[in-house]
Design a protein around this ligand. Structure first.
Ligand code: SF4
Ligand code: SF4
Length: 420
């Protein structure tokens, strides 16, 4: 069966100048430049957003839902990611931000930070199970889950099979609304997202048949209207919100999720290349003394997501401020039944490196790639549109490129013809 892929990260062809800057930064070698324009190979892309960050011409973008899509629902719920609190200076307290969201047209707010605390408690329980193989890997960052899906199949079983804070927040918020008598089909839950990977995980979930989130709004798109709204409102007044404690707020930064777990041997890694390196070490079983790996694809974690408005280092200071203002520790009561937050299905291996279903043919192709790589100049210049000489060799073996796309090989060929 042919697999259908949804990707939030897409190319604006008109803006792309074919400069090849993006091809070398893609962690899964998913980009080629062909006929002067970048092309994303769908099977390989994990929606990490690295190419959005790197493109000097803003030709890569994340497709999110327009703000007006909230009007498709009678009862509108905002699910702000905790990274939203880092986008504004100290005068904009969490309550002001949440009241500002109400002012923009939402009927209810449910902090994803509260759901993060629930996920923390569920993870603490999960880690006590003596049967699980350690280190276990957080599944909170969808780009990391996708990376494991395409490159590290042996680590799929290490992923914590607990729904993400975004999904848990959507379930709890909708339950609250239904208890008020609002019919389920009139409720829309909208996540305010720092990244493209979350959009993909909502539109094409890997762990459930469907997401409980109905739409994803880009944080940077909501930033200006929210700021204007907060300026208009001046204070949060006496509006009541159920708030998370400092643990939930801190989840947005690097180390937030792992330090929330309390004592233990944890690694907090951020930035897709660093994540890749740690996952390679995990495969080699050289991290046996580690219990838990918090892995976030973006530099500085969600505060460095491609859809945020503020510089991640400034956002970090803002977030720290907000965490200090919050009640210490976990503000959320544990849930009696956490079974509904367990993944409904396991993620599947999506092999991008497989050359052929037939083992013998695959070995022959692998050998051909090695030979071609030796034949190519080894400059990894990117002029052929592939990220490295080996990637071009693989493209040739897969019948997606020809040897003379290498400009040095082309020159050799021309010289050869001229001397005949
Ligand atoms: S960085 Fe990639 S997407 Fe951006 S202009 Fe260059 S080739 Fe095109
Ligand atoms: S989003 Fe990430 S994986 Fe996808 S093409 Fe861009 S850099 Fe590559």
């Amino acid at each position: 069966m042919k697999q259908i892929y949804f990707h939030s990260v897409t190319l604006d062809k008109d803006k792309c100048r074919g400069c090849t800057n993006c091809i070398k930064y893609c962690p899964t070698e998913a980009i080629r430049v062909r006929n002067g324009k970048a092309v994303i190979i769908k099977e390989r892309c994990i929606d990490c957003g690295e190419c959005i960050r790197i493109c000097p011409y803003h030709a890569k973008k994340a497709v999110t839902d327009p703000f007006d899509s909230i009007r498709n629902y009678e009862y509108k719920i905002a699910l702000p990611a905790p990274s939203l609190y880092g986008q504004f200076g100290p005068e904009y307290t969490r309550k002001r931000i949440l009241k500002g969201l109400l002012g923009l047209g939402f009927d209810q707010i449910f902090e994803v930070a509260r759901a993060a605390e629930i996920v923390t408690m569920a993870t603490q329980k999960y880690l006590k199970n003596p049967e699980i193989k350690k280190p276990v890997i957080s599944s909170a960052c969808p780009a990391v889950v996708r990376l494991i899906q395409v490159r590290f199949p042996s680590l799929i079983d290490r992923l914590i099979k607990i729904k993400s804070p975004m999904e848990v927040a959507a379930i709890l918020a909708k339950n609250d609304a239904m208890r008020k008598g609002i019919p389920a089909d009139r409720i829309g839950a909208f996540f305010i997202s720092p990244c493209a990977a979350k959009v993909t995980s909502v539109k094409a979930p890997y762990e459930n048949s469907r997401s409980d989130v109905d739409g994803v709004l880009a944080m940077k798109n909501i930033y200006v209207p929210l700021l204007e709204q907060m300026k208009k409102q001046k204070t949060a007044g006496d509006t009541h919100f159920d708030l998370s404690g400092s643990i939930g707020v801190s989840w947005a930064g690097t180390g937030g999720e792992s330090s929330a777990l309390g004592k233990g041997r944890y690694i907090a890694v951020h930035g897709i290349r660093n994540v890749n390196a740690i996952l390679e070490q995990t495969v080699r079983e050289s991290l046996k003394d580690i219990d838990f790996i918090e892995a976030l694809a973006c530099p500085e974690g969600c505060l460095g997501g491609p859809l945020v408005a503020e510089n991640p280092f400034v956002a970090k200071a803002n977030l720290r401020n907000e965490a200090e203002r919050a009640s210490t520790g976990i503000g959320q009561a544990p849930l009696d039944d956490d079974q509904q937050y367990i993944w409904e299905s396991n993620v599947e291996y999506r092999p991008i490196l497989k050359l052929d279903d037939d083992m013998v043919k695959a070995l022959v192709k692998m050998q051909r790639i090695d030979e071609l790589t030796d034949e190519l100049p080894g400059l990894d210049c990117g002029a052929c549109g592939a990220p490295s000489c080996r990637a071009l060799a693989e493209d040739i073996v897969r019948d997606n490129a020809v040897l003379t796309q290498c400009i040095i090989k082309l020159r050799e060929k021309v010289d050869e013809l001229e001397s005949e």
